[in-house]
Ligand binder design. Structure first.
Ligand code: NAD
Length: 308
């Protein structure tokens, strides 16, 4: 990887903690900036090369000394979280991203900003390529997340154009794995929790809406490949294997050996019907593609941190 000192905002969260571990394993020193609003210090390894700065990224980042990589992941990411703190989510997307970019500008570091497949909204093109501009409802409840990320992308491009910052944007599609909170509202930990408790697995709507699920180990590999490249992107990172929500529920029931049944509940507002990344760009530019199947990914997530 070759990074000496990396700053990871949101490093105590689900993805961030896996990224911190991978950077440490690659020989880097790591500064994690996080205020634990959705993450936890328990997610972080005990390592003398890891410094933890407890701070809100809406304030300028108080990091001194040389930095050669900034990975900006801080942002509430689960619908349960961003619907609970809508204004804070917008502030984090705007001010937090600006501060990450300013740190990169001041230190000359490469910066990679985590965007999301949600910038495509309820997509009218399928699968989603990076050239698609999206179909986002700018005033619906989910817009606090989607528009914060779209603004973050615009700001990243502006810092690249105006200030010559070495920046990259990754559009992350649904990712799952160990350390997701059982109650964070996202599909895989919710289904696992429900299956292990013998409760019905709650499927919104008819369950025929599709998702593409990427295991965190694959995702981290892609993120670090982007960090090591000089590309601005945006680059989609996700698993192109499309699976219905109902099928995920069935696989979780099978995997856990649970006697739970599926229960259909109301569809969510502006919930996308179909979601699948076109990852040609990631393949071409980064030589990256996911390798972990859903069955293997469930085993890895479940073996390491049983939910429930
Ligand atoms: P997470 O909620 O587990 O982690 C986010 C971390 O950021 C937490 O540790 C939280 O405490 C911290 N944080 C949030 N706002 C902050 C603030 N203002 N100041 C300081 N710290 C703050 O979420 P995650 O799933 O790990 O997502 C990480 C990033 O990846 C997010 O930017 C998210 O939008 C993006 N992303 C994730 C997915 C996914 O499937 N997990 C998909 C698309 C995009």
């Amino acid at each position: 990887m070759g990074f000496e000192r990396a700053v990871v905002t949101g490093g105590a969260g689900f993805l961030g903690s896996h990224v911190c571990e991978a950077l440490l394993a690659g020989g880097a020193r790591v500064v994690c900036v996080d205020d634990f609003r959705t993450g936890s210090p328990d997610n972080l390894p005990d390592d003398p090369r890891l410094d933890v700065v407890v701070a809100d990224v809406c304030d300028p980042l108080d990091v001194t000394g040389p930095v050669d990589l900034v990975l900006h992941l801080a942002c509430p990411a689960s619908p349960v979280d961003y619907l609970r703190m809508p204004v804070e989510t917008l502030r984090t997307g705007a001010l937090g991203t600006q501060h990450a970019l300013e740190l990169a500008r001041a230190t000359g570091a490469r910066v990679v900003v985590a965007s999301t497949s949600e910038v495509y909204g309820d997509p009218l093109e399928h699968p989603q390529r990076e050239t698609y501009w999206g179909n986002v409802n700018p005033i619906g409840p989910r817009s606090v997340y989607d528009e914060a990320k779209r603004y973050g992308e615009a700001l990243t491009c502006a810092f690249s154009r105006e200030h010559g910052v070495d920046a990259g944007i990754v559009r992350i599609f649904n990712t799952y794995g160990s350390r997701m909170r059982p109650d964070d509202g996202r599909m895989v930990p919710t289904f696992l929790r429900q299956a292990l408790a013998g409760e019905p697995l709650t499927v919104h709507g008819d369950g025929r809406q599709t998702r593409s699920l990427c295991h965190v180990d694959d995702l981290v590999r892609g993120l670090l490949a982007m960090a090591g490249s000089g590309h601005l992107g945006p680059v989609n990172l996700g698993n192109p294997e499309e699976v219905t929500v109902l099928e995920v529920a069935r696989r979780v029931i099978e995997f856990t050996g649970s006697s739970s049944v599926v229960e259909h509940v109301d569809a969510m507002t502006d919930d996308p019907r179909r979601r699948r990344p076109d990852i040609s760009r990631a393949r071409d530019l980064l030589g990256w593609q996911p390798e972990i199947t859903l069955a293997e990914g469930l085993r890895r997530s479940f073996d390491r941190h049983p939910v429930g």
